[in-house]
Write a protein of this length. Structure first.
Length: 158
């Protein structure tokens, strides 16, 4: 058994450019099959990465306090305190705090916590491949984020 005090865990900056950091609870607990992160979003802030999907991971977001609005391919849904929402692999989503108060969210992903960044897609077409309507994310050698076509490998300007 592992036991932690969440208040003792440092926040991390998200590699996808989120303005808020998060707390990697799964790392602290030594979890190997589930990703567990806690985020606090200030008014106007969004979760990491913009509209995206994970091809290899389902995600559940449980709102501990406040309200988070999740944008999806079908529209948006507000998730309030003590409510949860699930996104299956392939479901596009992005959460933002559109309220005037902070929101705290528990993000649960499985499998996890080791992320296969090659399995993330954003809804942008490849300029060269007619049938590719979602680009992959990769990190450059200098730590920057780039979009690339999973079919032809072309890098696309962000």
């Amino acid at each position: 058994m592992e036991h932690i005090d969440v208040d003792d865990i440092d926040t991390f900056p998200h590699p996808m450019g989120s303005t808020s950091g998060g707390q990697a609870l799964s790392d602290e607990l030594g979890a190997t099959n589930v990703a567990l992160n806690r985020y606090t979003l200030e008014p106007g802030e969004g979760s990491s990465g913009g509209l995206h999907t994970h091809l290899d991971q389902e995600e559940v977001f449980y709102v501990l306090s406040g309200t988070v609005t999740f944008q999806t391919a079908e529209g948006s849904v507000e998730v309030s305190e003590d409510e949860a929402v699930r996104f299956a692999p392939g479901d596009y989503h992005h959460g933002t705090n559109q309220s005037d108060d902070p929101a705290t969210v528990l993000a649960i992903g499985a499998p996890g916590p080791q992320h296969d960044w090659e399995q993330i897609r954003v809804p942008m077409p490849c300029p060269d491949c007619e049938d590719v309507d979602a680009l992959g994310i990769r990190f450059t050698d200098d730590g920057e984020t780039a979009l690339s076509c999973p079919e032809c490998g072309r890098d696309v300007e962000i």
